[in-house]
Design a protein around this ligand. Structure first.
Ligand code: FAD
Length: 340
């Protein structure tokens, strides 16, 4: 690998229909923090075709440099040409850290790259930081701490990769805030490169793609009312919909509520569902298992309604109502309706 003395933190830019995906913007914010701790710089790895608009978006969200491969072979995401291009770019420019969204694309691409480069990869991180690490009296300075739930979410594991480069991680969508766009006026290094594709990389041709618009936008909602197994039945879960209508909120659920068929899987919040950070999150009949709170604890205000005063959800709630949801929710609906 060529020597890069800049200690760069790269973000693989995922894009769809000429729009950079939120997870990549979230990672650009984190890359800036990590790069500051490393005295390095955050950079984007942008693979695609006709990328001018994408470069503008990446620049606005904080990248100092864009490593760019703009090629018709990269017009749509395909595993082999994308991994070929990414590996060549990483080998040539030797970044310290490379981050991917833990999306379908990131989960497909990152392990291939890590394996081809003979380095490690931590999947599904929920936090990242830079710190020194000591092992058998040897101090590794400014290593990437890759933090993620393990053993079913019951412990939080910190994983390091001190000996190999780059240090690589995929990070869950929604766990980090999107930075405010403010980099429009600044200059940015654009480093265009050509890559070599093997004929076998291009064996797959995409003939047609169909996209379905997402009907649920939990991540974009300012108010979320989530119901748990405490509702007892799908019929009773209707109460939560009435409350959500009265408040203009989106409905969500715990995994137990999803498994019981009270609410659709697409509305599950938590470790294996969506991560949300609304202005207001109301958790009703939800115990507050770590796998649930992992997906909502960054909400600005949390209100919990539970008939068990010792329910763990009260430990992270800003306000708590101890009571039977069957009595509390109708009263809330009435109050909100009366206030218009
Ligand atoms: P319960 O734990 O059964 O809690 C129900 C609550 O309702 C209780 O606190 C009870 O006091 C209260 N209650 C009962 N009746 C009433 C009433 N009348 N009025 C008021 N309160 C009442 N869970 C998720 O939510 N999201 C995930 O993404 C997720 N991922 C997981 C991943 C793994 C690998 C594993 C192992 C588990 C995962 N879970 C997830 C499951 C998680 O561990 C819990 O089992 C789940 O969150 C519990 O859901 P709950 O709080 O609705 O149900």
């Amino acid at each position: 690998m060529s020597q890069n003395n800049q200690k760069e933190v790269w973000v693989f830019i995922e894009h769809h229909q000429n729009k950079v995906q939120d997870v990549s913007l979230e990672l650009l914010g984190k890359a800036r923090e990590l790069a500051d701790d490393l005295n390095g710089r955050p950079a984007a790895l942008l693979l695609g075709n006709q990328t001018t608009e994408l470069i503008n978006q990446v620049k606005a969200y904080g990248a100092d440099a864009v490593y760019l491969v703009d090629s018709p072979e990269l017009a749509q995401y395909k595993t082999l040409p994308y991994s070929r291009a990414a590996c060549q770019m990483i080998k040539k420019h030797d970044p310290e850290i490379v981050l991917f969204g833990a999306t379908h694309t990131g989960r497909d691409l990152a392990p291939r790259i890590a394996s081809a480069l003979g380095t490690g990869l931590t999947a599904d991180c929920t936090d990242l930081k830079i710190a020194d690490y000591t092992h058998r009296d040897k101090v590794y300075e400014k290593i990437l701490y890759q933090i993620r739930p393990a053993f079913g979410g019951n412990i939080i594991a910190t994983i390091v990769n001190p000996e190999h480069r780059p240090q690589m991680a995929t990070v869950r969508d929604g766990v980090m805030p999107i930075p405010s766009p403010n980099g429009n006026g600044k200059s940015i290094d654009i480093i265009p490169e050509e890559v070599y594709f093997d004929k076998s990389d291009l064996a797959i041709e995409i003939l047609k793609q169909e996209f379905e618009e997402k009907s649920i936008d939990l991540k974009g909602s300012q108010i979320i009312i989530a119901g748990g197994y405490g509702f007892g039945s799908k019929e009773n879960f209707k109460l939560i919909r009435e409350l959500a209508d009265a408040l203009g909120a989106e409905v969500a659920g715990s995994r137990a509520a999803v498994d019981a068929g009270f609410v659709d899987k697409g509305r599950q919040v938590g470790q294996t569902g969506t991560t949300v950070r609304p202005k207001l999150y109301i958790a009703v009949g939800i115990s507050g298992a770590v796998q649930h709170t992992a997906g909502m604890k960054e909400s600005s205000k949390i209100i919990a309604i539970n008939n068990d005063p010792d329910a763990p959800i009260f430990k992270i709630a800003h306000y708590g109502i101890v009571g039977d949801l069957n009595q509390v929710i109708p009263k809330l609906i009435e109050q909100f309706k009366n206030r218009g």
